[in-house]
Design a binder for this molecule. Structure first.
Ligand code: ASP
Length: 293
């Protein structure tokens, strides 16, 4: 599992490393690789110390718009983008995979699908996130969704008003697993980035961008979403696994990301069960559980 990449925080919030380890352990109770990554991802979505599910960061309008995807080595996949009002976006993504003819539902339709599928209404915004959002929007002069002439200035605002930790470490979560039958799977879930424009969808739910699995292995990415999307990083790393062991494949993909100026971190597992992690960011906490490492 990974818990996002970025700058190493001056102090790691208490309980964060333990939560990552416990989530990896909880994944082992799943039977198939898809069950494992879903369980592990749900555990971290329920932990407010991570930016996924409960504790997701807020958009410029103060909403949680969450992205999540789950994919298996036999190319089954489900994803949601910009979903609101649910507790576990990864479980909705799993439901898209198992119960629909589609792979990706977005926005209002994704939320409506979740309701019909039986996911109760839930507000993932924590008191701490709401308070921080009020401060930030206050600092921006209560501007709300800016007009077109402000759109290109958002990056500057983020640089000016977010703390080093908020800017530099976004705490997305990801999991990869292999089951007893050799099936691989990946799950990635995030609230995205602070003060994103409503409707912004990052790399996380895009198959091949932040999340990908195929016959060679499974990969979850974290980092600068727009950049990861542009270079199709998770698919690239999986493709490298056709000829390279997992760790080497991830390193080669990260070397490419570095050359393209994209900050990223990857975890992966190949079809032989070899795991790996690579990053060009300063920090990416990881945890693993089970037999082969
Ligand atoms: N990649 C995520 C996004 O851009 C954020 C992250 O991984 O830190 O939405």
């Amino acid at each position: 599992m990974h818990g996002g990449c970025g700058l190493r925080p001056k102090t790691v919030p208490e309980g964060r490393d333990e939560a990552l380890r416990a989530a990896a352990e909880s994944g082992l109770r799943g039977r198939t690789a898809a069950d494992m990554v879903e369980r592990a991802a749900r555990a971290l979505e329920d932990c407010p110390l991570f930016n996924a599910g409960t504790g997701s960061v807020l958009t410029l309008e103060g909403r949680c718009e969450m992205d999540a995807a789950l994919m298996t080595g036999d190319l089954r996949a489900g994803a949601v983008g910009g979903i609101t009002g649910v507790r576990n976006p990864i479980a909705v993504a799993r439901c898209v995979m198992d119960r629909t003819d589609h792979h990706f539902l977005a926005g209002e339709g994704a939320t409506r699908f979740a309701r019909v599928a039986g996911f109760p209404r839930y507000d993932p915004r924590t008191a701490a996130r709401r308070k921080r959002w009020r401060e930030l929007v206050g600092a921006l002069g209560g501007k709300g969704v800016p007009e077109g002439r402000y759109w290109k200035r958002m990056g500057g605002w983020v640089g000016r008003y977010l703390t080093r930790e908020e800017r530099g470490h976004r705490s997305t979560i990801g999991a990869v697993a292999i089951d007893a039958r050799g099936g691989v799977a990946v799950a990635t879930s995030t609230g995205g980035i602070w003060l994103k424009l409503p409707g912004r969808v990052g790399d996380t739910p895009i198959l091949g961008g932040g999340t990908y699995a195929c016959a060679h292995g499974a990969v979850s990415a974290t980092g600068h979403g727009e950049g990861i999307l542009r270079i199709g990083l998770a698919k690239l790393a999986c493709d490298f696994m056709a000829t390279l062991p997992c760790q080497k494949a991830l390193e080669r993909a990260i070397a490419f990301a570095r050359r393209e100026g994209v900050e990223a971190g990857l975890i992966g597992i190949d079809a032989r069960g070899r795991t790996g992690a690579a990053k060009n960011a300063q920090w990416m906490p990881t945890a693993s559980a089970g037999g082969r490492r």
